[in-house]
Write a protein that binds this ligand. Structure first.
Ligand code: PLP
Length: 371
């Protein structure tokens, strides 16, 4: 039985193009700080990737600092910004929400969209010059897309910086750093088919970033540690592919996703699809199956060869009720029945059909048990 992978928001399988690009480099000694020929070759590879990623993100005029993960890029933005008041939306990924420097939480509405009124209240309370606002571009669980330009407009009026976590958005929707007008933005290679181990923080020109890792002078003294040239090279490759394929893939995946949701709602009109009423990533669907716990669903899907998740990939391996849904005021007994499907490059109609067939059986069993 072929396994069906519908968990692209957790990570995407490494693209063949990335493997092909990286493999020949594995025989080389690639430290970009070395002055010899191999070192200079490493630097040239890294600088090419830096350009490719900036180009893909409309960030040619910005600085790009390579990090080892999206988590690290988020920490570098929050801690390196030097701001003493840090307000984050209540649906941020934990790699933003749990940073110890966070001082304030900005609420979201029932669709998972940031309350601009709440944000303005925070800004008006006098935090202005020293504030950093963190709002993700697209949520990893529901796919809801946030009104970043409006956040930036508000923040500017009060002299606050804005950090945008675009880890889930990059490769799924167009991301243009210059057009967003933000000060910081995080992206991570493994979410779009690069390998884990390369990510980046984009920084608006002129902004100082305090390094969080000290040691060598890499990344212009803003992030010490030998760069992962192989993963960075792969990141450049997928950044270019993302731009080439984005429009076609977004349309294709959205059709598949919409068809999946329609079939689910035909089976169970009381099923809940979170953030369906607002702009979402084209590949993501967070679905509550009334009466059947997420964990029960996940185990059954897995036994049947289908890999999905209950919200964010749980690093602890436990299934917990999603804090994103809680922030959206979803009732506990509904939130605990959510499963997230996230499609990607290799997702096909027959895989969606397999998911729907298992969902139908599980739902019928739940109904029988309840009767
Ligand atoms: N931000 C968001 C929105 C994410 O979904 C994730 C990963 O799930 C991260 C940040 C963390 O990225 P990484 O896995 O590269 O640390």
């Amino acid at each position: 039985m072929d396994r069906v992978y519908l968990d692209y928001n957790a990570t995407a399988p490494v693209r063949e193009e990335v493997k092909e690009a990286i493999l020949p480099l594995m025989n080389k000694a690639l430290n970009p700080s070395s002055v010899h020929t191999s070192g200079r070759e490493a630097r040239a590879i890294m600088e090419m990737s830096r350009r490719e990623i900036k180009q893909a993100l409309g960030a040619l005029d910005a600085e790009l600092i390579f990090t080892a993960s999206g988590t690290e890029a988020n920490h570098l933005a929050v801690l390196g910004s030097g701001r003493t008041k840090v307000a984050v939306s209540s649906i941020e990924h934990p790699s933003v929400g749990k940073v110890r420097a966070v001082t304030n939480i900005i609420s979201v509405d029932d669709h998972g969209i940031i309350n601009l009124g709440d944000l303005e209240k925070f800004l008006k309370e006098g935090y202005t010059e020293k504030a950093l606002i963190c709002v993700m571009l697209a949520n990893n669980e529901t796919g809801a897309i946030q009104p970043i330009q409006e956040v930036v407009d508000l923040a500017r009026q009060y002299g606050a910086y804005v950090h945008v976590d675009a880890v889930q958005a990059f490769g799924k929707i167009p991301v243009d750093f210059a057009a967003l007008g933000a000060d910081f933005m995080s992206v991570s290679a493994h979410k779009l088919g690069g390998s884990a181990g390369a990510a980046a923080l984009i920084v608006r020109k002129g902004i100082d970033v305090k390094p969080q890792l000290l040691g060598g002078g890499q990344e212009k003294y803003r992030r010490a540690g030998t760069e992962n040239v192989l993963a960075i090279h792969g990141f450049g490759v997928v950044a270019k592919l993302a731009i080439k394929e984005l429009e076609g893939e977004a349309i294709r995946q959205q059709k598949l996703r919409d068809s999946l949701e329609q079939q689910i709602l035909n089976i169970a009109p009381e099923a809940v699809i979170f953030s369906k009423a607002v702009k979402r990533l084209p590949n993501t669907s967070a679905i509550a199956m009334p009466g059947t716990l997420s964990q029960t669903q996940l185990i059954r899907f897995d036994l049947e060869g289908v890999e999905v998740s209950a919200g964010s990939a749980c690093s602890s391996g436990k299934v917990e009720v999603s804090n994103v849904l809680q922030a959206m005021h979803v009732k506990h007994n509904v939130a605990e029945t959510m499963v997230r499907v996230s499609l990607g490059k290799e997702s096909k109609k027959k895989e969606v059909e397999r998911f729907v067939a298992i969902w139908r059986e599980l739902y019928a069993q739940g109904q029988q048990q309840a009767a």
